[in-house]
Design a protein around this ligand. Structure first.
Ligand SMILES: *[C@@H]1O[C@H](CO)[C@@H](O)[C@H](O)[C@H]1NC(C)=O
Length: 202
């Protein structure tokens, strides 16, 4: 799926690195988090070559695979599976934020500094009944917790302004007399309570 877009031309001066190798370098980095230098040694390429390959191949992977592997969720199927497995009706997925600790990038000041005293980027994710990621938003700074990260994310904005295509309210199994009840995402106390975002009561 990505081959054509990560193929580079040979020139008179050098042969290009094959798409297979470019992909391997990128995947090795994503899987191990090893330094570019270490990965450069194992593939016998320079550090700056790795530094060029990793972000560009990662971008191509995202562009080519996102439509098939992580479409914006709207399927009733997720809710049906959560009901079957977890006995929770009208639920479209579980949402949470996770701090991924990083080394502060050069000249980033306190941008990535978080309340736990480390530097991090935030991964905000929605998972389905079997813990598969359905939505991810990576790269936010921690500025006020998961609720703020959600509000500022494309997903959170679509949820808020009603452009996210979620299924219409439906009645709960065994409680049809209550009438239609909204479909929801469920989170923890860090998220605000909304008609379409619920959280455990204490
Ligand atoms: C979610 O609820 C909000 C009200 O807080 C509403 O404005 C919005 O349209 C709802 N989102 C969707 C996708 O229906």
């Amino acid at each position: 799926m990505v081959g054509a877009r990560i193929t580079r031309m040979d020139t008179n001066y050098r042969e290009s690195i094959s798409p297979v190798e470019r992909l391997a370098i990128c995947l090795r980095f994503l899987a191990t988090g090893d330094s570019y230098r270490t990965i450069g040694f194992s593939f016998r390429v320079g550090r700056s070559t790795v530094a060029g390959i990793v972000p560009s191949v990662a971008q191509v992977i995202w562009d080519c695979l996102v439509g098939e592997y992580m479409p914006v969720p709207k399927e009733e199927a997720i809710a049906a599976e959560i009901l079957e497995r977890w006995n929770f009706p009208n639920c479209l997925g579980s949402i949470d934020g996770k701090h991924v600790v990083i080394l502060a990038p050069p000249c980033s000041g306190s941008q990535f500094y978080n309340y736990k005293g480390t530097y991090s980027v935030v991964l905000l994710a929605v998972v389905d009944a079997i813990y598969c990621f359905r939505v991810v938003d990576v790269g936010a700074y921690d500025k006020g917790g998961d609720g703020v990260t959600l509000r500022d994310s494309a997903f959170g904005q679509a949820l808020q302004d009603g452009t996210l295509e979620i299924p219409p309210p439906a009645s709960l199994p065994g409680a049809e007399d209550l009438g239609p009840v909204p479909h929801v995402f469920d989170g923890d106390e860090a998220f605000p309570l909304r008609p379409n975002l619920t959280r455990p009561s204490l």
